[in-house]
Write a protein that binds this ligand. Sequence first.
Ligand SMILES: *[C@@H]1O[C@H](CO)[C@@H](O)[C@H](O)[C@H]1NC(C)=O
Ligand SMILES: *[C@@H]1O[C@H](CO)[C@@H](O)[C@H](O)[C@H]1NC(C)=O
Ligand SMILES: *[C@@H]1O[C@H](CO)[C@@H](O)[C@H](O)[C@H]1NC(C)=O
Ligand SMILES: *[C@@H]1O[C@H](CO)[C@@H](O)[C@H](O)[C@H]1NC(C)=O
Ligand SMILES: *[C@@H]1O[C@H](CO)[C@@H](O)[C@H](O)[C@H]1NC(C)=O
Ligand SMILES: *[C@@H]1O[C@H](CO)[C@@H](O)[C@H](O)[C@H]1NC(C)=O
Ligand SMILES: *[C@@H]1O[C@H](CO)[C@@H](O)[C@H](O)[C@H]1NC(C)=O
Ligand SMILES: *[C@H]1O[C@H](CO)[C@@H](O)[C@H](O)[C@H]1NC(C)=O
Length: 885
Amino acid sequence: MLLLLLLIASVCSASANTQTYTDTDTDTYTNADADKDKDTQTSSQCQHYSLSNLTPTNYGYTGALNLVNPGPYGGDVKTLQLFVYFQTQQIVRIKIIDPTTQRWEVPYVNQMPLPTNKPQFIDYNIKFQRDNFGFSITRVSNGEVLFNTSPPADCYTSGMIYEDNYLEMTNRFQETNPNLYGLGERVAPLRLQNNFTYTLFAKDQGTPVDLNLYGSHPFYMHLSPSGNAFGAFLLNSNAMDVVMQPRSLTYKVIGGVFDFFFFMGPTPESVVQQYSQVIGTPYMPSYWSLGWHQCRWGYKSANETFEVIYKYAQNNIPLETMWNDIDYMNMFQDFTLDPVNFPADEMKLMIEYLHTNNQHYIMIIDPGINTDTSYAPYNQLLSSGGYITRPDGSAYVGKVWPGFTIFPDFFNPATTHFWQGQLAAFHDMVQYDGIWIDMNEVSSFCNGDVCSSQLTSDNSHAAQQQVSLHSFDPNNPPYLPGNVSLDMHTINLTCVQYGNMSVYNTHNLYGYSETMVTVAAAIDILQTRATVISRSTFPGSGHHAGHWLGDNNSEFADMYYSIPGILNMNMFGIPMVGADICGFGGNTTAELCARWMQLGNFYPFSRNHNAIGSMSQEPYTFNEEVTAISIAAINGKYTLLPFYYTLFYQAHALGTPVVRPLFFEFPNDPNTYALDTQFLVGTSLLVSPVLDQGATAVVAYFPAGPWYDYFNGTRVPDSLYATLVAPLNVINVHMRGGSIIPTQPTSVYNVSGYPITTTIARTLPLRLLVAIDNNNQASGQLYVDDGISPNTYEDGQYTLVNFQLNLKDQIFALEASIIQQGYADADNMFMETVTVYGAADPVTQVMVDGHGYTDFTYEQSTQVLSIINLKLPVSGMFVINWYSD
Ligand SMILES: *[C@@H]1O[C@H](CO)[C@@H](O)[C@H](O)[C@H]1NC(C)=O
Ligand SMILES: *[C@@H]1O[C@H](CO)[C@@H](O)[C@H](O)[C@H]1NC(C)=O
Ligand SMILES: *[C@@H]1O[C@H](CO)[C@@H](O)[C@H](O)[C@H]1NC(C)=O
Ligand SMILES: *[C@@H]1O[C@H](CO)[C@@H](O)[C@H](O)[C@H]1NC(C)=O
Ligand SMILES: *[C@@H]1O[C@H](CO)[C@@H](O)[C@H](O)[C@H]1NC(C)=O
Ligand SMILES: *[C@@H]1O[C@H](CO)[C@@H](O)[C@H](O)[C@H]1NC(C)=O
Ligand SMILES: *[C@@H]1O[C@H](CO)[C@@H](O)[C@H](O)[C@H]1NC(C)=O
Ligand SMILES: *[C@H]1O[C@H](CO)[C@@H](O)[C@H](O)[C@H]1NC(C)=O
């Protein structure tokens, strides 16, 4: 009877509170509406495809889409094939391809094999609108519509468009101004604007607010009014705009295919975990890479670099890793040393000195290979054939720091060999411990082929107006995301990569491909985990390497923006991330640097980095106060390393973020939805930094608690905003009731009087911090392994301990249970102190493994219990009881 049918894909569900879908259910677009407006709609502009032959398969559905009305730019695909894959209970993939002509699809990223069968239970319903094609995804448990591409009768939103160089799909929301997050990379507040166009296209530009930056992450999270989270990932590497309107979101993509993965959550954390199942969970970083890093552009010599290392020691400031920027190179050529200022023998001495003191060295490598014919790597890359070419097969020449360059094509196996060989040979000369890969958007100082010293801001926009369908210009396609020629600051998009792949399609994957090849080479050369930090990223980059947020300024505003920046990257599966501490461009101040040292030591990746020409900003350059604040901040990070490392294990094993926004843990508390001046480390620590110049207090929000001062256990009121005292030497951090975190309290010196490194820090006695919740419970974990060998988790060479606190018959019981015991050295790690926050009733008796224990203090005024002088091996079970008699 109805020409316009809503087809119901599935009715099964696992959850108890399910609402089984029946065909009497209606949606915002109802059968009745659709039927009534059938005629107008069929002829309407918003209809582009109709669905036929929808057929159930073992894994989901398949169907055919037939063109009805063409879209705006020509080349409409007449017949498309629709695939619906029920991947898991929470993940559904919807892919639409041209069955007759192979279009570009993203290689490597997708880690999820196609299903062969439907899962037994699914948390989603998929419905299709047959005429005026669209689909919608509904959450089974509460019926909320999560993603709805079916145009309504009034054509408020349009149907899908599928052309040679333009794809469009609009998702209509049920509510106005939904809470949306993601769509990076950019400098912007955490919560996305609902009236804005977000461009996704990797670009080297100095981090202007709201514009596209170094990486492309077509993933967003939607927190619906019910407090449930949903995620959508468009696996597509082409340039795109995502047009946000108060009730809709439109993808405008210039190539590839529609290949969506939808994540049902329902918690924000579970959405990120499900996303990581597709793109790969984060890599396990080396333990040392969580230590303190110092870098700058403008260390003029090995001696000057050495002097920084020396001054760190002199000022008793821990330094884990010394870095050099492009200054070390000979004429900015990769794999070379400036023979005058960075001679090999001095570099060798410096790095040996670092290694003797358990410190590390990392330097930058850029992708562009200088076309100097006397430069061996150029000749080697040329003869390997592994470079990016023009359409005619000749090497494409751009311009970067060393002058004219060709660009390795990291998709070419010949390049893998070339790159590995260069890195290995360079390692023979410079014994680096990690690699920093920059400029890989890929950046070129020419706009396409137009090389001049003066970059014009929009060189070929005018040309775009004249482009006809017959003279397709990949640099200025008919729909131009970001409204700026795509070859701006990069290579000509007509270029070609291995297997005849067009840079038009692969541009956003350059950094990702370089990352994969560099990480594989580093593991091979160093025979350890790789420590690689990349500027350009794509979904899946975090499976291999870390990231820093790029060039920004020494401004308080930039320090604030670093928080949404690191939170976004944690949502994108790249938890090893930080911003340039104290700011990159411009001159910092003692106050800003002190505040940034405090905040930055809560980033997962903590590095002070500075631009050439700016005033020095190593933590010892200001005054004694800033030095002392910096020492305290770095020691604070080192004290928390067992906790951070355990969070990284959880990220690696389970796909969870390391730092996260407050709404992740409090999705039903609207006060958290736009909160990005505070953040959580794991689920347990709330960091509330000062972000304003001159401020000595900070207004912080405390969601449902209890919350305790991390440093002294004082309980703060929850569910309200509080003004916290924050003189320059204080960063406010609070611990959430219900959590147990392992720490290794660290003081400045190691035994030999040299400032501490992570190598020493990880041998210190452990202290367990326990914060009791309103149900008298708490829980936490500790993961330990050797911190450096590849695949310790995969090989079971780790020890994992669960801690659980319960109250039974007025007696508290803190139990340690061993989940995995595969790291022999855990026998030599001891729990020495247990500190309990929120011990409301006076404690008079403590028992350790059933025996009375007297080494404890209980402070009634602060409700803090400290049990000291314990010697409980990390590899053993234990039970600690306490009570009042
Ligand atoms: C979007 O909305 C915000 C808040 O209402 C407003 O400040 C901003 O100017 C708007 N932006 C655009 C591009 O309309
Ligand atoms: C570095 O310092 C050493 C020792 O002071 C000196 O011999 C050497 O010439 C210096 N090198 C440079 C490049 O300044
Ligand atoms: C890009 O390369 C093509 C040839 O492949 C050329 O026609 C075009 O002019 C180049 N674009 C620019 C902006 O130089
Ligand atoms: C695109 O940029 C041009 C100028 O470069 C401007 O005239 C035009 O309005 C812009 N279009 C949009 C949609 O922003
Ligand atoms: C490479 O791809 C282009 C289209 O991008 C096509 O015109 C050309 O024929 C292909 N060349 C080869 C050798 O397959
Ligand atoms: C920053 O400081 C340097 C010296 O340390 C000075 O040369 C430069 O002019 C300063 N820049 C600004 C913008 O004040
Ligand atoms: C704990 O620290 C907070 C913040 O610095 C302070 O307000 C409070 O008085 C301290 N409590 C105790 C008991 O020292
Ligand atoms: C860095 O971000 C700030 C906003 O915090 C922006 O105003 C500034 O332009 C950016 N810096 C650069 C060098 O573009």
